[in-house]
Design a binder for this molecule. Structure first.
Ligand code: FAD
Length: 435
């Protein structure tokens, strides 16, 4: 391939204790936590709003905060949910604490909490690389309308979902085979749905422990139709309330792609946009509950379930996870079922946990990178454990742990591998984490 060499002088526009890359569920909670712990904190986000998959992907509900109706994920994540609820932007389902929400109020609530905590926001800014010397990240490089800019920090948190910062710093990644990645799905919002009908009422509330909340009557009918006609692959479908009459989010499109390959992702997104309208038409033509439904909005981006994950000091395995192994350095929880979607078919493997599982601090750090933590989707976990931990409640819980750890290491000057873990855990408990 022909190449071109670019050399640039890039202005260093900010200097912080903690810089969080990615403003999704893991990242904005990490930034709030770090800032509240007294760290001068910045948050970098490629969009002009926060929330990641929740707001750019319409991924709903937010799973999940409770086990047997008791809160398992507490502290800053739960405070966010309570604030969102008080803004009329969230509905907490009893029993498992799945959260249906209004994406626009979510953006506003996250933004308010981040700014109130004193975080400096770099939105509309794409992280494109870093300056890394002897595995110490000195600056991250962002691109925005001002051109390229550098931001330096004592400690960095990668919460980009795709481990973009860790990848740029050459942190080793878990083996990834494009074929076995979980599928991409583009969510959409349907307006004009008969949300008072018994079928939609049942389907749009995800509140039962030990139950896959897809809409069975629609699924069975579509699978039957699939035998005799060409139609897009689909999953679920899952519908979720948007807290107003007539509107639901729809999760049913799916295709296989590597979202960290730009061209593959572009191809998949175009296909999924076609599928949104094909499937919406099918719903309208087939089910009386959808006869007046129209696509009101398609998510800003195709939803990404699985991409890069780091090889951490410890990799959480599925076996540890289902056995709820408690580590000395447990810093956060997972409670969602192990939930592996097939990218080629409509199927899904689901294993419901018997009790809440744990994430050790060591899964949020790499062995040789003294000032890097990760949170959210890019943690160090095998495919099974990841398939539960990838949901938003657990990502927020990891964000809280990473934010507190980063603030501690920035203050002490210790490498993240030498963090005072007992002190971190005591601190997380004081914040409200249920460890
Ligand atoms: C189809 C689908 C269904 C799902 N269903 C559920 C569900 O029912 N319940 C549930 O809780 N979870 C569900 N999930 C999972 C969940 O939404 C995600 O795994 C979760 O949001 C991950 O959080 P995160 O903060 O790690 O990453 P993300 O939510 O991906 O956030 C990453 C953030 O980083 C930003 N970013 C990325 N790269 C860069 C860059 N280079 N520069 C600057 N910013 C960057 C992004 O814009 C984003 O804001 C689903 C996901 C999908 C795709």
């Amino acid at each position: 391939m022909r190449t071109v060499k670019i050399e640039k002088q890039v202005p260093i526009v900010g200097s912080y204790d903690v810089v969080v890359c990615g403003g999704g569920p893991a990242g904005f909670i990490a930034a709030i936590t770090a800032a509240r712990e007294g760290a001068r904190t910045a948050l970098i986000e490629r969009y002009g709003f926060l929330g990641g998959m929740a707001t750019a992907g319409y991924v709903s509900p937010i799973s999940e905060f409770k086990f047997d109706d008791a809160i398992v994920i507490g502290g800053v994540p739960w405070e966010f949910i309570e604030r969102l609820e008080a803004m009329d932007g969230a509905f907490v389902e009893r029993d498992i604490g799945n959260i249906a929400f209004d994406p626009e109020r979510y953006k506003l609530c996250a933004q308010r909490m981040v700014l109130e905590a004193g975080v400096t926001l770099y939105t509309n800014s794409y992280l494109t690389g870093c300056v890394c010397e002897n595995n110490i990240i000195r600056q991250v490089i962002i691109e925005n309308k001002n051109g390229a800019e550098a931001i330096e920090s004592k400690v960095f948190i990668d919460a980009t979902g795709d481990a973009d910062l860790a990848y740029a710093a050459h942190v080793p990644m878990q083996p990834m085979n494009g074929e076995s990645l979980q599928p991409l799905s583009t969510y959409f919002i349907l307006q004009g749905v008969d949300t008072s009908s018994p079928m939609i009422q049942e389907a749009m509330h995800h509140n039962k422990q030990g139950k896959n909340c897809h809409c069975l009557p629609v699924r069975e009918k579509l699978l039957e139709m699939m035998k005799t006609r060409e139609m897009p692959n689909f999953g679920g479908p899952w519908f979720c309330t948007l807290l107003r009459d007539g509107a639901v989010t729809v999760n049913m499109t799916r295709t296989t792609a590597n979202a960290c390959d730009n061209r593959d992702y572009a191809r998949a997104e175009c296909q999924l946009r076609e599928d949104v309208f094909t499937l919406a038409d099918l719903l309208r033509q087939t089910f009386p509950e959808f006869k007046n439904a129209r696509v009101a909005s398609v998510a800003v981006q195709a939803g990404v379930r699985e991409t890069r994950r780091i090889v951490g000091v410890h990799t959480v395995t599925g076996e540890e996870y289902v056995n709820a192994v408690h580590y000395e350095d447990s810093v956060s929880h997972g409670i969602h079922p192990i939930d592996i979607h097939s990218s080629k078919q409509s199927e899904q493997y689901t294993y419901f946990l018997k009790q809440p599982a744990y994430v050790p601090y060591r899964a949020l750090i790499a062995p040789d990178y003294p000032n890097l933590l990760v949170a959210g989707r890019c943690l160090s976990a095998d495919r099974q454990a990841f398939a539960s931990l990838r949901v938003q409640g657990s990502c927020m819980d990891m964000g809280q742990a990473a934010g507190a750890a980063a603030a501690q290491c920035a203050a002490s000057g210790n490498p993240v591998q030498k963090a005072d873990v007992p002190e971190l855990i005591a601190h997380l408990k004081a914040l409200g984490a249920r460890l």
